[in-house]
Design a protein. Structure first.
Length: 333
């Protein structure tokens, strides 16, 4: 932390697993933090239990963590807003925050991953539209909420529109066991985070269908080719997509059922009932990612196939056959 100024207070909007983990991380680090739940009743349950058993069972929360069900008051008092709201709900949440008297130059940090389905807008664009006076940053990378909540070592990327702002955000958001690397490539960081969710669905489908470790390795590797090409077409830098928020996050998210997207894909592959599963952001991002690829003239057969499965245009077995039947080509083409 800087010796020149006190650390800004933090409001974390969204009391799911990731929001709770981040709030607990910074409270343990001695920061002034308020976790904002969806309503007063949810906030009261977390306060009374000193835990968020619904989303982070077994994790004891710091006694210094404040929990509120009232957005405007928490946002007004904060120098940093951590926006841990699913991409499809972010715009509505920010409109609720507009009623608050936000601190001048408040740092609004996007901590969720996805693309707004109706508009194709990334979260940083939505924040800029809805909170035009805020300074915008994005936090993304290979990080499971449970690991962060338990204080296990984690490294992520924090991106902003300029290098000085990225450096500032990374400095304030780093904590013991939680290392933030600064980047000025917001679009690359966001593209990697959103697209890896779609590809994790594909990896889960392969695993759930019992297609073997060789097929899983092929899907992850060829999926990364699609992530890199489409991410660059959307404005991301190659080195960003090769880093923590691209390749690193993809590797983690495709590693097993601790990832919601992988778990959802595995259930699809097995033919399970999906109605009781937790939100998987890739389900919402697949269709818009496929559309963006088509508009950019990028071949993305895995992304397209995941979108087709989710839309019930292909079965899992039909999808596997279709991918294997594609015309032969050189690997680097």
């Amino acid at each position: 932390m800087s010796d020149a100024a006190p650390a800004p207070s933090i409001a974390v909007l969204g009391a799911g697993a990731w929001g709770t983990a981040l709030a607990n991380l910074y409270a343990r680090d001695g920061r002034t933090v308020t976790l904002v739940a969806r309503d007063g009743a949810a906030a009261a349950r977390i306060r009374e239990a000193q835990a968020n058993e619904r989303y982070l069972p077994g994790i004891r929360l710091s006694p210094d963590l404040a929990v509120s069900g009232e957005l405007a008051g928490a946002a007004t008092a904060a120098g940093i807003l951590l926006l841990v709201v699913p991409a499809q709900a972010l715009r509505a949440a920010l409109r609720g925050a507009r009623g608050a008297s936000l601190a001048p130059g408040v740092l609004a940090v996007v901590c969720s991953k996805g693309i707004e389905r109706e508009t194709g807008r990334f979260a940083s664009d939505i924040v800029a539209e809805e909170l035009p006076d805020a300074r915008v940053a994005v936090l993304s990378g290979p990080s499971f909420a449970d690991d962060v909540a338990r204080g296990l070592p984690t490294a992520v990327t924090v991106a902003a529109g300029t290098e000085p702002l990225a450096d500032e955000a990374a400095r304030w958001l780093s904590a013991e066991g939680f290392r933030c690397y600064a980047s000025a490539d917001i679009r690359g960081v966001e593209a990697g985070g959103a697209l890896k969710n779609v590809l994790a669905l594909a990896a889960g489908i392969v695993s759930g269908r019992g297609l073997g470790a060789s097929a899983l390795a092929a899907i992850v590797t060829r999926g990364f080719v699609e992530l890199r090409r489409l991410g660059q077409a959307l404005g991301g830098r190659p080195e960003t997509l090769m880093g923590l928020s691209g390749l690193g996050d993809l590797v983690l998210t495709c590693s097993g059922p601790q990832s919601r997207n992988f778990a959802y894909g595995a259930a699809l592959g097995r033919g399970d009932d999906l109605s009781g599963l937790k939100l998987a952001e890739g389900v919402y991002s697949a269709g818009i990612a496929a559309r963006l690829a088509r508009e950019a003239g990028i071949e993305a057969p895995i992304v397209e196939t995941v979108a087709a499965i989710l839309d019930n245009r292909l079965t899992v077995d039909e999808a596997a056959r279709a991918l294997l039947a594609r015309p032969l080509k050189r690997e680097t083409d």
